[in-house]
Design a protein around this ligand. Structure first.
Ligand SMILES: [Zn+2]
Length: 268
Protein backbone atom coordinates (compact mmCIF):
# COMPACT_ATOMS: atom_id res chain seq x y z
CA UNK A 1 0.00 0.00 0.00
CA UNK A 2 1.36 3.42 -0.96
CA UNK A 3 1.85 6.15 1.59
CA UNK A 4 -0.87 8.78 1.64
CA UNK A 5 0.29 12.36 1.94
CA UNK A 6 -1.31 15.23 3.85
CA UNK A 7 0.57 18.45 3.14
CA UNK A 8 -0.54 21.33 5.34
CA UNK A 9 0.50 24.81 4.28
CA UNK A 10 0.48 27.45 7.02
CA UNK A 11 0.99 30.86 5.46
CA UNK A 12 3.35 33.32 7.13
CA UNK A 13 4.25 31.06 10.06
CA UNK A 14 7.27 31.85 12.22
CA UNK A 15 7.79 28.40 13.70
CA UNK A 16 10.02 29.64 16.54
CA UNK A 17 7.27 32.03 17.69
CA UNK A 18 4.67 29.27 17.45
CA UNK A 19 6.69 26.87 19.58
CA UNK A 20 7.86 29.45 22.13
CA UNK A 21 4.29 30.68 22.63
CA UNK A 22 3.13 27.34 23.99
CA UNK A 23 0.03 27.78 21.84
CA UNK A 24 1.01 25.20 19.25
CA UNK A 25 1.21 21.86 21.07
CA UNK A 26 0.39 19.86 17.93
CA UNK A 27 3.01 21.57 15.77
CA UNK A 28 5.54 21.14 18.54
CA UNK A 29 4.75 17.45 19.00
CA UNK A 30 4.88 16.77 15.25
CA UNK A 31 8.22 18.58 14.99
CA UNK A 32 9.63 16.49 17.83
CA UNK A 33 8.26 13.23 16.43
CA UNK A 34 8.93 13.78 12.73
CA UNK A 35 11.68 14.59 10.30
CA UNK A 36 12.61 18.28 10.58
CA UNK A 37 14.44 20.46 8.07
CA UNK A 38 14.85 24.19 7.93
CA UNK A 39 15.23 26.00 4.65
CA UNK A 40 15.45 29.52 3.28
CA UNK A 41 12.87 30.88 0.84
CA UNK A 42 13.97 32.87 -2.18
CA UNK A 43 13.33 36.62 -2.39
CA UNK A 44 10.80 38.14 -2.93
CA UNK A 45 9.29 36.40 0.10
CA UNK A 46 5.73 36.66 -1.20
CA UNK A 47 2.99 34.03 -1.08
CA UNK A 48 2.60 33.68 -4.86
CA UNK A 49 6.19 32.74 -5.64
CA UNK A 50 6.64 30.90 -2.32
CA UNK A 51 3.71 28.52 -2.66
CA UNK A 52 4.41 28.09 -6.36
CA UNK A 53 7.89 26.84 -5.45
CA UNK A 54 6.73 24.57 -2.62
CA UNK A 55 3.80 23.09 -4.55
CA UNK A 56 5.35 22.66 -8.00
CA UNK A 57 8.97 21.91 -7.15
CA UNK A 58 10.18 24.85 -9.21
CA UNK A 59 12.49 27.80 -8.69
CA UNK A 60 11.17 31.33 -9.14
CA UNK A 61 12.79 31.39 -12.61
CA UNK A 62 11.02 28.16 -13.58
CA UNK A 63 7.47 29.02 -12.46
CA UNK A 64 7.85 32.75 -13.28
CA UNK A 65 5.45 33.80 -10.51
CA UNK A 66 6.96 37.14 -9.46
CA UNK A 67 4.31 38.35 -7.02
CA UNK A 68 0.67 37.84 -6.07
CA UNK A 69 -0.62 39.09 -9.43
CA UNK A 70 0.75 36.01 -11.25
CA UNK A 71 1.20 38.01 -14.48
CA UNK A 72 3.18 36.00 -17.05
CA UNK A 73 3.33 32.87 -14.90
CA UNK A 74 4.48 29.54 -16.27
CA UNK A 75 2.33 27.35 -14.00
CA UNK A 76 0.65 25.50 -16.88
CA UNK A 77 4.06 23.99 -17.56
CA UNK A 78 4.86 23.40 -13.89
CA UNK A 79 2.23 20.94 -12.59
CA UNK A 80 1.60 20.84 -8.87
CA UNK A 81 2.22 17.99 -6.43
CA UNK A 82 -1.34 16.62 -6.73
CA UNK A 83 -1.25 16.62 -10.53
CA UNK A 84 2.18 15.00 -10.64
CA UNK A 85 1.10 12.31 -8.21
CA UNK A 86 -1.84 11.60 -10.53
CA UNK A 87 0.34 11.54 -13.67
CA UNK A 88 2.72 9.18 -11.86
CA UNK A 89 -0.13 6.77 -11.02
CA UNK A 90 -3.54 7.43 -12.51
CA UNK A 91 -5.41 5.62 -9.74
CA UNK A 92 -4.30 8.42 -7.36
CA UNK A 93 -7.05 10.42 -5.67
CA UNK A 94 -6.29 14.01 -4.68
CA UNK A 95 -7.84 16.73 -2.54
CA UNK A 96 -7.07 20.41 -2.08
CA UNK A 97 -8.73 22.94 0.22
CA UNK A 98 -7.63 26.58 0.47
CA UNK A 99 -9.04 29.99 1.28
CA UNK A 100 -6.51 31.95 -0.77
CA UNK A 101 -8.06 31.85 -4.26
CA UNK A 102 -4.83 31.97 -6.36
CA UNK A 103 -3.92 28.54 -5.01
CA UNK A 104 -7.09 26.74 -6.07
CA UNK A 105 -9.65 28.94 -7.87
CA UNK A 106 -9.63 28.34 -11.64
CA UNK A 107 -11.48 31.63 -12.17
CA UNK A 108 -8.70 33.69 -10.62
CA UNK A 109 -5.08 34.52 -11.38
CA UNK A 110 -3.57 31.07 -10.82
CA UNK A 111 -4.36 28.53 -9.84
CA UNK A 112 -1.22 26.85 -8.54
CA UNK A 113 -3.15 23.59 -8.04
CA UNK A 114 -4.34 22.60 -11.50
CA UNK A 115 -8.08 22.27 -12.00
CA UNK A 116 -7.92 18.86 -13.82
CA UNK A 117 -11.61 18.93 -14.62
CA UNK A 118 -11.68 15.41 -16.08
CA UNK A 119 -10.35 13.97 -12.83
CA UNK A 120 -12.90 16.03 -10.87
CA UNK A 121 -15.68 14.50 -13.00
CA UNK A 122 -14.22 11.06 -12.36
CA UNK A 123 -14.17 11.81 -8.60
CA UNK A 124 -10.40 11.40 -8.44
CA UNK A 125 -9.78 15.07 -7.66
CA UNK A 126 -11.66 17.42 -5.36
CA UNK A 127 -11.01 21.09 -4.73
CA UNK A 128 -12.55 23.22 -2.01
CA UNK A 129 -12.29 26.93 -2.86
CA UNK A 130 -13.01 29.63 -0.30
CA UNK A 131 -12.26 33.35 -0.30
CA UNK A 132 -10.48 34.48 2.84
CA UNK A 133 -9.46 37.74 1.18
CA UNK A 134 -13.13 38.80 1.18
CA UNK A 135 -14.51 37.06 4.27
CA UNK A 136 -11.45 36.92 6.51
CA UNK A 137 -9.30 33.91 7.29
CA UNK A 138 -10.48 33.41 10.85
CA UNK A 139 -13.85 32.29 9.44
CA UNK A 140 -12.61 30.79 6.18
CA UNK A 141 -9.82 28.70 7.76
CA UNK A 142 -12.41 27.13 10.06
CA UNK A 143 -14.49 26.18 7.00
CA UNK A 144 -11.41 24.79 5.26
CA UNK A 145 -10.64 22.75 8.37
CA UNK A 146 -14.19 21.34 8.54
CA UNK A 147 -14.10 20.33 4.88
CA UNK A 148 -10.61 18.86 5.12
CA UNK A 149 -11.27 16.85 8.29
CA UNK A 150 -14.41 15.46 6.67
CA UNK A 151 -12.64 14.59 3.41
CA UNK A 152 -9.64 12.98 5.08
CA UNK A 153 -11.80 11.03 7.56
CA UNK A 154 -14.47 9.79 5.14
CA UNK A 155 -12.68 9.50 1.80
CA UNK A 156 -8.99 9.43 2.71
CA UNK A 157 -7.66 10.79 -0.61
CA UNK A 158 -4.12 9.71 -1.52
CA UNK A 159 -2.51 13.15 -1.79
CA UNK A 160 -3.93 16.16 0.04
CA UNK A 161 -3.08 19.84 0.32
CA UNK A 162 -4.77 21.89 3.03
CA UNK A 163 -3.96 25.57 3.51
CA UNK A 164 -4.45 28.01 6.40
CA UNK A 165 -3.86 31.77 6.32
CA UNK A 166 -5.26 33.10 9.62
CA UNK A 167 -1.79 33.61 11.13
CA UNK A 168 -0.51 35.47 8.08
CA UNK A 169 -3.53 37.75 8.05
CA UNK A 170 -3.10 38.45 11.75
CA UNK A 171 0.59 39.21 11.20
CA UNK A 172 -0.26 41.77 8.54
CA UNK A 173 -2.88 43.44 10.73
CA UNK A 174 -1.26 43.34 14.17
CA UNK A 175 2.38 42.37 13.68
CA UNK A 176 3.84 39.10 14.91
CA UNK A 177 4.77 40.21 18.43
CA UNK A 178 1.91 39.94 20.90
CA UNK A 179 -1.27 38.02 21.44
CA UNK A 180 -3.11 38.35 18.11
CA UNK A 181 -0.55 36.39 16.07
CA UNK A 182 -0.26 33.53 18.56
CA UNK A 183 -4.05 33.46 18.98
CA UNK A 184 -4.29 32.75 15.25
CA UNK A 185 -1.54 30.15 15.53
CA UNK A 186 -3.51 28.50 18.33
CA UNK A 187 -6.59 28.24 16.11
CA UNK A 188 -4.55 26.71 13.29
CA UNK A 189 -2.89 24.28 15.69
CA UNK A 190 -6.34 23.03 16.69
CA UNK A 191 -7.15 22.35 13.02
CA UNK A 192 -3.86 20.50 12.58
CA UNK A 193 -4.69 18.50 15.69
CA UNK A 194 -8.03 17.42 14.22
CA UNK A 195 -6.41 16.49 10.93
CA UNK A 196 -3.77 14.51 12.80
CA UNK A 197 -6.49 12.67 14.71
CA UNK A 198 -8.30 11.86 11.45
CA UNK A 199 -5.15 10.47 9.89
CA UNK A 200 -4.22 8.55 13.03
CA UNK A 201 -7.59 6.85 13.24
CA UNK A 202 -7.41 5.82 9.56
CA UNK A 203 -3.93 4.42 10.12
CA UNK A 204 -5.18 2.42 13.13
CA UNK A 205 -8.49 1.21 11.72
CA UNK A 206 -7.57 0.69 8.07
CA UNK A 207 -3.86 -0.02 8.34
CA UNK A 208 -3.04 2.95 6.09
CA UNK A 209 0.36 4.61 6.03
CA UNK A 210 0.34 8.40 6.16
CA UNK A 211 2.89 11.15 5.95
CA UNK A 212 1.85 14.41 7.57
CA UNK A 213 3.89 17.31 6.24
CA UNK A 214 3.86 20.95 7.36
CA UNK A 215 5.54 23.95 5.84
CA UNK A 216 5.29 27.72 5.34
CA UNK A 217 6.01 30.12 2.50
CA UNK A 218 7.65 32.94 4.50
CA UNK A 219 7.76 34.64 7.91
CA UNK A 220 7.15 38.28 8.80
CA UNK A 221 9.09 41.24 10.14
CA UNK A 222 8.13 42.00 13.74
CA UNK A 223 5.77 44.82 12.82
CA UNK A 224 4.06 42.60 10.21
CA UNK A 225 4.81 42.32 6.51
CA UNK A 226 7.13 40.39 4.24
CA UNK A 227 8.57 40.33 0.75
CA UNK A 228 12.19 41.21 1.46
CA UNK A 229 15.30 39.33 2.48
CA UNK A 230 15.57 39.42 6.27
CA UNK A 231 16.25 36.09 7.99
CA UNK A 232 12.87 36.13 9.70
CA UNK A 233 11.05 36.68 6.39
CA UNK A 234 13.02 33.98 4.54
CA UNK A 235 12.92 31.28 7.23
CA UNK A 236 10.84 28.22 6.41
CA UNK A 237 10.84 24.58 7.44
CA UNK A 238 9.45 21.16 6.76
CA UNK A 239 8.05 18.82 9.36
CA UNK A 240 7.30 15.33 7.99
CA UNK A 241 5.84 12.90 10.48
CA UNK A 242 4.98 9.32 9.59
CA UNK A 243 1.67 8.03 10.94
CA UNK A 244 1.35 4.24 10.72
CA UNK A 245 4.83 4.20 9.13
CA UNK A 246 8.35 5.44 9.84
CA UNK A 247 9.48 9.02 9.21
CA UNK A 248 10.98 9.64 5.79
CA UNK A 249 14.75 9.38 5.44
CA UNK A 250 15.26 12.75 3.81
CA UNK A 251 18.49 14.75 3.78
CA UNK A 252 18.75 17.18 6.66
CA UNK A 253 19.40 20.01 4.22
CA UNK A 254 17.47 20.61 1.01
CA UNK A 255 15.91 23.46 -0.93
CA UNK A 256 12.20 24.44 -0.99
CA UNK A 257 11.96 23.43 -4.67
CA UNK A 258 13.06 19.88 -3.74
CA UNK A 259 10.05 19.15 -1.52
CA UNK A 260 7.74 17.92 -4.29
CA UNK A 261 10.30 15.38 -5.57
CA UNK A 262 10.83 14.05 -2.05
CA UNK A 263 7.06 13.68 -1.54
CA UNK A 264 6.54 11.97 -4.90
CA UNK A 265 9.35 9.53 -4.11
CA UNK A 266 7.38 8.46 -1.00
CA UNK A 267 4.61 7.31 -3.37
CA UNK A 268 6.86 5.58 -5.92
ZN1 LIG B 1 2.20 34.03 2.32
Amino acid sequence: MKTKILLIGIDGLILRTAIDSGRAPTLTALKDAGHFSEFTMAVPTLSGPGWSTLLTGSTHAEHAVKDNNFNGHNLLHRPDLLSRAFYQDQSTTTFAAAGWPPLVDPVGVGPVIHERREQQRAERHRVIVRDGETYGYKLIDSEIAEAAVYAVSKAGPDVNFVYFCDADESGHTHGVVGEHYVDAIGRIDSYVSRLHAAVTSRAKELGEEWLMVLTTDHGHVDEGGHGYGSDQERASFVIAAGVGRANPTWPEQFEPENLVELLLAERA
